[in-house]
Design a protein around this ligand. Structure first.
Ligand SMILES: Nc1ncnc2c1ncn2[C@@H]1O[C@H](COP(=O)(O)OP(=O)(O)O)[C@@H](O)[C@H]1O
Ligand SMILES: [Mg+2]
Length: 421
C-alpha cells in the first residue's frame, strides 16, 4: 500500500512511523510533512487544507489510503474532496467533523442521543449570554463554538469571572475561532481521560486511551498549550473503563451517527471527565490527539496501516492490530517562550535516534541535509515504553536529557512531572 499522511506535527510523524512499519505498507508520503516524515518517505509541498491539490496528487501518485491528521484539514473538507476522487480516506467528511469543529453542534448531538455531558446553554450575543448566566451558580465553563486551537475554552471560578470573559470576547469583537456563538456549561468534577475510538460508519470500538497534560508548567500551572506530554494507558481508572465507555458513550454515539445518516470513517477522540457518576463527554475530536497519539502508537502492534485501511473502506477489522499492555510516556520539548510566542531554531542535529524502546517525533519542522530547522513551539515529543509507568517515565526522561544534550540548542524546555501523580 501507498499511504499519505496529511499534516505536519509530531502526531503525523508518529502516524507515519507506525504506518511505515506496518507489513502492508510499501511507501509513505506526507503533506506537507516534517523533518521526521522526510526521513522515511516523501514530503509533498501541498498544504494540509488544500483538498483540490491533495486529491490531484493522490490520484497521480496512486495513493491507496490517506490519513487525515489535523482538524483544520477535516473542517476544510479534505476528506470529501479525496473521497470524490476515489481515494480511501481515514478521517471523516466535513459534516462528521462538526462533532469537533462546532462545540454547539456536538452539544446538541449529545443531547439528542442521550450521551452524558455537562448541562449547557447556547448564546449568540453578549446579551443572550448574560441572560443565560442570570440563573447560574458556581463555576461555569465558557466555550467558543468554533475551532480555536485550544484557546476557546475558559473554566471560570465564578459567574462574575465568566461575565468578564464574555464581555472581553464580545467587546473586543474577537470570540476565539472567529464566530459569534458561545456555549456556557456546568463545570464537571473528576479526572480527565481521553479514549480513541475507531468508527467505520457501521461499528465503533475503543482503540486505546491516554492522559495528557495541557498546562505549560509543572503541577498544572501556567498557560494552556496544545499539550506538553501524555501517557498511555491511563493509570488509576476503573478496570472496566472500556466497557463503560462503550456502553454509555460509544453505543449512543454510533446510534446517533447512523440515525443522522452520517457515515463516519476514522477516529473519534472522546475527551472525558470521569465523574462520581461515571464518564461524561467534555468534547469530541474528529482526529487523533497530539501528543496522546505519540504515547499510544508505540503500544500498537500488527498491521496498523491495514487496520486504518479497513476503517476507511467501511469494513473495520480490529484483529489486524494489537495493543500491548506496556506503558508509554511521551514528553514534549518546546521552545522556552511557548505558548506566548515562537522562537525559530536552525541547525538542530537531525539525528534523534534513541535507545531501544525510545523514540523522538518531530513537530513542525524542515530537514536540511543532516540538520533540522523549526519555527519553534512544540519541537519534539520523546517517548519511551516500560513495563510499568515508573519505568517508562524514567526511560523517557533519560532519553530527553540525552537528546537535549546533543540537539545543539539550549532554547528547549519540558515539564518534569509527566506521568507523575
Ligand atoms: N464542563 C467542563 N467541566 C470541567 N472542565 C472542563 C469542562 N469543559 C472543558 N473543561 C476543561 O477545559 C479543557 C478544554 O476544553 P475542551 O472542551 O476540551 O476544548 P478544546 O480542547 O477545544 O480547547 C478540558 O480539557 C478541561 O480541562
Ligand atoms: Mg480538549
Amino acid at each position: 500500500m501507498r499511504v499519505l499522511i496529511v499534516g505536519s506535527g509530531a502526531r503525523e510523524d508518529a502516524l507515519s512511523w507506525r504506518i511505515a512499519e506496518s507489513p502492508s505498507c510499501d511507501a509513505v508520503f506526507a503533506a506537507p510533512g516534517n523533518a521526521g516524515t522526510a526521513s522515511r518517505g516523501v514530503n509533498w509541498e501541498v498544504a494540509a487544507t488544500d483538498g483540490k491539490g491533495l486529491a490531484e496528487r493522490c490520484v497521480r501518485e496512486a495513493i491507496d489510503l490517506a490519513v487525515l491528521g489535523p482538524e483544520t484539514a477535516i473542517a476544510a473538507g479534505v476528506g470529501d474532496r479525496l473521497r470524490d476522487a476515489g481515494i480511501a480516506v481515514f478521517g471523516p467528511n466535513r459534516s462528521g467533523g462538526r462533532l469537533e469543529s462546532s462545540k454547539i453542534f456536538a452539544k446538541r448531538f449529545m443531547e439528542r442521543h442521550e450521551i452524558p455531558t455537562a448541562r449547557a446553554a447556547v448564546a449568540h450575543s453578549l446579551e443572550a449570554a448574560s441572560k443565560a448566566l442570570e440563573e447560574w451558580r458556581g463555576p461555569v465553563v465558557v466555550k467558543a463554538d468554533g475551532l480555536a486551537g485550544g484557546k476557546g475554552v475558559v473554566v471560570a471560578p465564578t459567574v462574575e469571572a465568566a461575565r468578564a470573559i464574555l464581555a472581553d470576547w464580545y467587546g473586543g469583537g474577537r470570540v476565539p475561532g472567529g464566530g459569534s456563538d458561545v456555549l456556557i456549561e456546568n463545570r464537571l468534577e473528576g479526572r480527565e481521560v481521553s479514549v480513541f475510538a475507531l468508527c467505520d460508519g457501521r461499528a465503533i470500538a475503543p482503540l486505546g486511551a491516554a492522559c495528557d497534560y495541557k498546562r505549560a508548567g509543572d503541577g498544572d500551572t501556567g498557560p494552556n498549550t496544545g499539550g506538553m506530554g501524555a501517557y498511555s494507558p491511563p493509570d488509576g481508572f476503573p478496570d472496566d473503563l472500556d466497557d463503560r465507555v462503550r456502553e454509555r458513550i460509544l453505543g449512543p454515539l454510533l446510534r446517533g451517527l447512523c440515525a443522522e445518516g452520517e457515515e463516519y470513517r476514522g477516529v473519534i477522540y472522546c475527551g472525558l471527565m470521569w465523574t462520581a457518576q461515571g464518564p461524561y463527554v467534555i468534547e469530541f475530536n474528529a482526529r487523533f490527539g497530539d501528543p496522546e497519539t505519540q504515547a499510544l502508537l508505540p503500544r500498537v502492534g500488527g498491521d496498523f496501516a491495514l487496520l486504518l485501511h479497513s476503517v476507511a473502506r467501511g469494513a473495520m477489522d480490529l484483529s489486524l492490530a494489537t495493543l500491548s499492555q506496556r506503558r508509554c510516556v511521551g514528553i514534549v520539548l518546546a521552545t522556552d517562550d511557548y505558548p506566548r510566542s515562537n522562537t525559530a531554531l536552525q541547525g538542530l542535529n537531525g539525528d534523534v535516534s534513541l535507545a531501544e524502546g525510545c523514540r523522538a517525533f518531530w513537530g513542525a519542522s524542515q530537514r536540511v541535509d543532516a540538520t533540522v530547522s523549526t519555527s519553534g513551539g512544540r519541537v519534539l515529543t520523546v517517548t519511551a515504553l516500560g513495563d510499568d509507568l515508573a519505568q517508562a517515565r524514567l526511560k523517557a526522561y533519560e532519553a530527553v536529557r540525552r537528546l537535549a544534550g546533543r540537539l545543539g540548542t539550549d532554547a528547549l524546555t519540558y515539564r518534569t512531572d509527566i506521568a507523575l501523580r
